[in-house]
Design a protein. Sequence first.
Length: 202
Amino acid sequence: MQYDRRVTKHRLVNIRARHGRLPCLVHCRNRKGELRRFFVRKCTKDDLPAIMALQEDVMLQLPREDIFVVTTEEEFLETLENDFCIAAFSGRRMVMFSNMILGRPTPRHLGFQLGYSEEQIVKSVIYDTTFVAPDVRGFGLQRLAAWFKDREARSIGAAEAIATVSPMNPASCRNILANGFRVDSRREMYGGLDRLVMKKDF
């Protein structure tokens, strides 16, 4: 078994898995000292109902709707078939979902909006969406998801990661900056929403 404590600097997070691969058990402690165990694995199309339910749950708790872009059922199906998608479970309940769009010709790859060449798109990945159940926020699951996506991106030879975040969502801004992203630009996206375009080199 391998234990990796590098996931976050501020919380105890142990990844326990053969060779550090998915699936694995993760032990996370929040700032109050509470310890929770989560099972993390890659997703399949069978997870779609749980993903949709979790997204709806998260949307109902948001202070404002414009900080989060809803992913449709068709988009989830397409990314489950073609991209890197993971989820964390507390018992049998999904409490975190995250996906990374690989370097492939899809309209959802932000490189098309940023004027990237085909060669640049192939070498870049998109940290698309991550959402966490309200009752387990504070256990570092967003940063944990980013850590797994970093590992996958490096393993496939990606040169760059791109993401977007609402400047009105301070928690997500802190998490993405802590993961090594930098602000590249600020623009209107997703039908007129204010977004920061974030980039990170590998």
